[in-house]
Design a protein around this ligand. Structure first.
Ligand SMILES: Nc1nc2c(ncn2[C@@H]2O[C@H](COP(=O)(O)OP(=O)(O)O)[C@@H](O)[C@H]2O)c(=O)[nH]1
Ligand SMILES: [Mg+2]
Length: 402
């Protein structure tokens, strides 16, 4: 018998091995697909490494009209993917600044010891985050007491206790937005100029229109033509009808017209925008109570009076709120610009000092940056640790800020 050429033998062996290996790999992969198992045979190629989930940011471009440039962090975000963020993701992605001031590194601090120095630093952080002095003292006392009573030495457990105390601070309020069964639900939106009333109305209109509701907007901020135009472009974009009159028209009349139009159209929701600047605080409050009174001549009652507060103005916003509360009996707060501040603790101060629940929060300038205030998502976002960031996938754009 002729001796086999060693090169040819080698080739045959290689070919046979390749075929066997390929078939084995195919079979294994085929089975994996059927029974959903992720087991891999040694011959099967390594699974493609899951690419890190991109930041699931919904980019709708800047808000229309008076919107300013989006924050740098947004521009730096990777390309958009349409899937909406979960509340947890949205809060986490947007509260980077507050987290940097409050929660970031807290575990490391506790690891150095649950001693006086740690409590003092925590106190400083809470005060800087605008939680308010009184609430801060109570939170620190509460934590100190429980750490002592329960003999806590584990830093993670101490952090969990702190989160629990904060959740309890925030947990009891009713944050639902009142709706009515018959006729258009009527929400009056108030607040100082520049806090984000018109933007929040635009976001709300888009949200409810997307849910298939008929939404009507009333441009009762007749103070400047630009304000009417700004509301109009939000309305156009959301597919909501905008009821308006000329600049300088009587805001109460516009609100009333808004009701009539909403009612005639059998709309689901009427959102009334108002002015936040007049010659004097007194004049503004008188005008607002008139708007509400006249609106209610048609609507019977206002389902929500939402006060828009700008989180970056801190305690100032809280004193503004008192005047509004007297004039129009505020039922809930929309806290805007939480994305742009390290003072996220203001949520606690508002609820505590005003007794008004924060119902919605503004987490940016785009149409999707309005969220129901979710206590768990908020507290978790404030204290999210690096480990959790990795788990949730994607770098936090806010963490890239200096
Ligand atoms: N970063 C950020 N900007 C916001 C938010 N809400 C509103 N703004 C911006 O704040 C500015 C004033 O908003 P606007 O709705 O005109 O305030 P209004 O005078 O109360 O109606 C605009 O540039 C908005 O884009 C928010 O939640 N985050
Ligand atoms: Mg406005």
């Amino acid at each position: 018998m002729e001796a086999l050429d060693p090169v040819a033998t080698g080739l045959v062996v290689v070919v046979v091995l390749l075929v066997v290996g390929g078939v084995a790999g195919f079979v294994v992969r085929g089975r994996g697909g059927r029974d959903g198992s992720t087991r891999q045979a040694a011959t099967a190629p390594a699974p493609e490494r899951e690419a890190p989930a991109p930041e699931r940011e919904v980019e709708d471009g800047p808000a229309p009209a008076e919107a300013e440039e989006p924050a740098e962090a947004e521009e730096a975000a990777p390309p958009a993917e349409p899937a909406p963020l979960t509340p947890m993701e949205r809060f986490r992605a947007r509260l980077g600044r507050s987290r940097a001031g409050l929660g970031s590194g807290l575990l490391a601090l506790f690891r150095r010891g649950l001693d006086e120095a740690a409590f003092e630093e925590l106190e400083e952080r809470l005060i800087s985050a605008d939680v308010g002095v009184e609430a801060t003292m109570e939170i620190i006392e509460g934590l100190r007491e429980r750490v002592r009573a329960e003999g806590v030495t584990d830093p993670e457990q101490a952090l969990a206790l702190l989160k629990e105390i904060l959740r309890l601070e925030l947990g009891v309020a009713d944050r639902t937005l009142a709706r009515r069964e018959e006729g258009p639900t009527t929400w009056l939106i108030t607040g100082v100029n520049g806090t984000g009333k018109t933007t929040s109305i635009g976001k709300l209109a888009a949200r409810h229109a997307r849910d298939g509701e008929t939404v009507v907007l009333a441009a009762a901020d007749t103070f400047r033509a630009a304000a009417i135009e700004q509301l109009s472009s939000w309305g156009e974009r959301a597919g909501a009808r905008v009821v308006k009159q000329a600049e300088g028209a009587d805001p109460a009349a516009v609100a009333y017209d808004g009701w009539q139009a909403a009612s005639a159209a059998d709309a689901d929701l009427l959102l009334v925008d108002t002015a936040g600047r007049l010659q004097s605080k007194r004049a503004l409050m008188e005008e607002l109570s008139k708007v509400k009174r006249v609106l209610e001549k048609g609507a019977g009652h206002t389902d929500e009076v939402l006060l828009v507060l700008d989180a970056t103005t801190g305690q100032n916003g809280i004193s503004q709120a008192q005047a509004f509360q007297e004039a129009v009996d505020v039922s809930g707060v929309i806290l805007t610009k939480l994305d742009g501040t390290a003072r996220g603790g203001i949520v606690i101060a508002i609820q505590r000092q005003l007794g008004i629940p924060v119902k919605l929060v503004g987490l940016g300038e785009t149409v999707d940056d309005l969220a129901d205030f979710d206590v768990d998502a908020f507290v978790e976002a404030l204290f999210a640790d690096v480990a959790q960031d990795v788990e949730l996938g994607g770098e936090d754009p806010a963490d890239r800020e200096p």
